[in-house]
Structures are given as C-alpha cells and as structure tokens.
Design a protein around this ligand. Structure first.
Ligand code: PRP
Ligand code: MN
Ligand code: MG
Length: 181
C-alpha cells in the first residue's frame, strides 16, 4: 500500500540505551522523594521506550497506558487526537511521568497533558525519546528529551510507518525509492 522504501539507521540501539540511562538518572533525581511514580505510556508508539525506561528507573513505579492516535496509517497528522483507551488507575494527587516516543506537531502530547492535568496530579512531567522541533505547530515541549532530530520520517524502536517497522531495535529514517520509469 505504501511506496517502496529503505530504512537508513539514524540512532543505534546502543546510543539509545546510553541516552535512556542518563534520562532515567535525571528523572530519578526529579522524583527522588516520591512514594510512587505512575509512568504513563502513550500507545502504541511508546511501548518499547517505556519498557526500557522503567527498567532503568530506580523508583517505586506503577505502569499505566493511554492509547492516543492522530496519524492512523498516514504520514500526515490529522491534528485530531483520539483517545482509544484511557488510564486504568487514578492519578489525582499522584506523581505522573508521561512517556512518549516522539513529539512532532505536538498535538498528541499537548492533548494528553491537558487531559491528565485536568485530573489533578500532584506533579506531572513528560519525557520524549525524540523531538522534531522544526515541525511544531502547538506550544509544547517535553520536560526531558532524548534526541532532537531533523524533519525526517523515522521508524523503529516502537515508531511505525503505516503500522510497520515498530520492532526495529534502532531509530531509522525512511528513504523512498524513486520510480525510475
Ligand atoms: C505518533 C507518535 C506520537 C505522535 C506524535 O503516534 O507515536 O504519539 O504521533 O505526533 P504529533 O506530535 O504530531 O502529534 P500515532 O498517532 O502514529 O499513533 P501510534 O503511537 O499508535 O503509532
Ligand atoms: Mn503515538
Ligand atoms: Mg503511528
């Protein structure tokens, strides 16, 4: 259904792992005094990042998920964030860390942060593995960012192109093969 493409490695699995270790230390320091940190992953893209992140976080942690979707099978944001699955647990008065794979236009993270803040958490912070600041359309920035990247369509480490390539262990850039005909 999509044009043929190849994937060029952009950020290696090793580089990602080292960055997550450093992020986890910073997050630990920010929430050091917490009785429990509720780590909320945004499905589906963050499933790999949250799995690696919580295993580096030396804190009492509860894991929860929200499913938000704005891209569907398109490369273009719909700018309408649909919540397909809400949190299981309560976050009122709790410490919350939202874990997102990538901030692009910013609609997804901004929408979810707005919804969660309305529930009255004690502290709410956000971490995104990737940030594409050149694509931002709404005013939002994660409290912690793994890597700032240029405006490239990326896949892997949880991130899909039309639901494919989420299982790549690294972050890659999609390169479309031009028709030679
Ligand atoms: C992707 C990605 C982020 C969001 C970022 O999710 O995982 O959640 O888009 O884009 P934005 O900043 O422009 O909103 P997608 O809607 O593709 O759902 P998925 O996580 O299930 O792939
Ligand atoms: Mn997503
Ligand atoms: Mg997607």
């Amino acid at each position: 259904p999509t044009r043929p493409y190849v994937i060029e490695e952009m950020i290696s699995a090793k580089t990602i792992a080292a960055r997550i270790e450093a992020l986890a230390k910073d997050i630990h320091d920010a929430f050091e005094d917490t009785d429990k940190l509720i780590v909320v992953g945004l499905l589906r893209g963050s499933f790999v990042f949250i799995a690696d992140m919580v295993r580096e976080l030396d804190l009492p942690v509860e894991v929860d998920f929200i499913e938000a979707s704005s891209y569907g099978n398109s490369t273009e944001s719909s700018r309408e964030v649909r919540i397909l699955k809400d949190l299981r647990g309560e976050i009122q008065g709790r410490d919350v860390l939202v874990v997102e794979d990538i901030v692009d236009t910013g609609y997804t993270l901004k929408h979810v942060v707005g919804l969660l803040n309305a529930k009255g958490p004690k502290r709410l912070k956000t971490v995104a593995l990737l940030d594409k600041p050149s694509r931002r359309e709404v005013d939002i920035k994660a409290d912690w960012t793994g890597f700032e990247i240029p405006d490239e369509f990326v896949v892997g480490y949880g991130i899909d192109f039309a639901q494919r390539n989420r299982n790549l262990p690294y972050i890659g850039a999609v390169r479309f093969l031009e028709d030679e005909a």
